[in-house]
Design a protein around this ligand. Structure first.
Ligand SMILES: [Fe+2]
Ligand SMILES: [Fe+2]
Length: 272
């Protein structure tokens, strides 16, 4: 079956139910809308890292359009849920304070395969994340948007995985290195990008403090994961890292992952 891309018009915006908006989910959706909308910059970076691969560049440019659309859909929902939220000005605050290494000509991961491993991790991570948010949201329009996005992210994983297999034939990076890159990218979810997006969306008039805003973001995001959301993510991460997704190490990682997200979410529950 050929894939047909959805558009913002496919979403039944009239079905929006304001009373069902969870204010905590709203805060992280605002942040997610900005990171997604920044997809054009990612395409520039990736095209610079793969300058002699037009096939990959074409795929990346289509991919970026989908990421930007994710941002647009989430932004429109956030503006419906909170009419005082002005996506445009928040996005400007985000891009004024955060930018990607657009002048890089080689991957920040060292090799092209490493870059593709990292991309796979991001895509499977976002797919699990939106599935978790869609399941947690009682507001039907947001649930629908999250499901559409989660399906796109899974396809994005497959796209980058296909190119990863191609590059692994020539670059031959070892499994240990692949696993280390994967691990490195997972821990980066606590990086400046999400923290700064969360600040740009929710911290008007406040001063940015990386540690504080990163914690505020992670505490909220972590609370929506259930074991099933992590299990698929772990399996696909293992696959991208060249490890056995069905092995004992993978099932240990599922349990450890769930323990870790619960621990991160705990602080917020205690504060509430
Ligand atoms: Fe996305
Ligand atoms: Fe994606």
């Amino acid at each position: 079956m050929a894939y047909e891309h959805w558009s913002l018009d496919d979403i039944d915006w009239a079905a929006f139910e304001p009373a069902k908006v969870d204010p905590e989910i709203l805060k992280i959706i605002k942040a997610a809308s900005m990171v997604e909308y920044n997809g054009a910059d990612y395409a520039i970076y990736l095209c610079n890292v793969f300058p002699d691969d037009p096939e990959f560049q074409d795929a990346v440019n289509l991919w970026a359009e989908e990421e930007i659309q994710h941002g647009a859909a989430l932004a429109r929902w956030a503006e419906l849920a909170d009419p005082s939220f002005d996506f445009k000005s928040s996005f400007k605050r985000f891009t004024d304070g955060y930018s990607l290494p657009l002048d890089a000509s080689t991957s920040v991961r060292g090799t092209r395969s490493g870059e593709l491993v990292a991309r796979c991790i991001v895509e499977v991570g976002t797919s699990s994340y939106y599935t978790a948010l869609g399941d947690a949201s009682e507001e039907p329009v947001l649930t629908k948007i999250c499901r559409l996005i989660a399906a796109d992210e899974l396809r994005h994983y497959k796209l980058f995985y296909t190119h990863l297999k191609r590059y692994l034939e020539s670059e031959k990076i070892g499994k240990v290195k692949r696993a280390l890159i994967a691990l490195g990218r997972i821990t980066e979810t606590e990086d400046d990008e999400l923290a700064y997006a969360y600040f740009a969306a929710n911290g008007e008039g406040e001063v940015y403090n990386r540690k504080r805003w990163s914690k505020a973001y992670i505490q909220r995001a972590a609370g929506y994961y259930r074991p099933k959301h992590l299990n698929l993510g772990v399996a696909m991460t293992f696959k991208a890292a060249g490890l056995n997704p069905q092995g004992r190490l993978a099932s240990w990682a599922c349990r450890a992952g769930y323990w870790a997200v619960q621990r991160k979410a705990k602080g917020l529950k205690e504060a509430a």
